[in-house]
Design a protein around this ligand. Structure first.
Ligand code: ZN
Ligand code: ZN
Length: 96
């Protein structure tokens, strides 16, 4: 798994200001940003990235909750996989 900090570093590396072209290395034309320029563009990119990460976490949590609901305890054994409770699936997901 990639470190979250590394993802951000890669993200910023993909948005390098190219003064000779007045544009970002991602291809975005910065003529349209007379006030903010490149810093404003990068701030927006980072914000969108963060929102994407948050949405992804919410999505994964929902998926984990659905799986946890299936692997419920039934007299010391898991209903879904018949392993001793906590079964490997629950152990891997962790309890809330
Ligand atoms: Zn860019
Ligand atoms: Zn199970």
């Amino acid at each position: 798994m990639t470190e979250p900090g590394q993802v951000l570093t890669d993200l910023l590396a993909a948005h390098t200001y190219l003064p000779q072209f007045m544009r970002c290395s991602c291809g975005d034309d910065l003529w349209d940003h007379p006030k903010g320029g490149h810093p404003a563009h990068v701030a927006l990119v980072v914000e969108q990235h963060t929102q994407g990460q948050t949405a992804r976490v919410v999505e994964l949590e929902a998926a984990a909750t659905r799986v946890r609901a299936l692997h419920t305890r039934d007299g010391g054994y898991c209903k879904a996989c018949d392993r001793r409770c906590p079964c490997p699936t629950i152990a891997a997901l962790g309890t809330l």
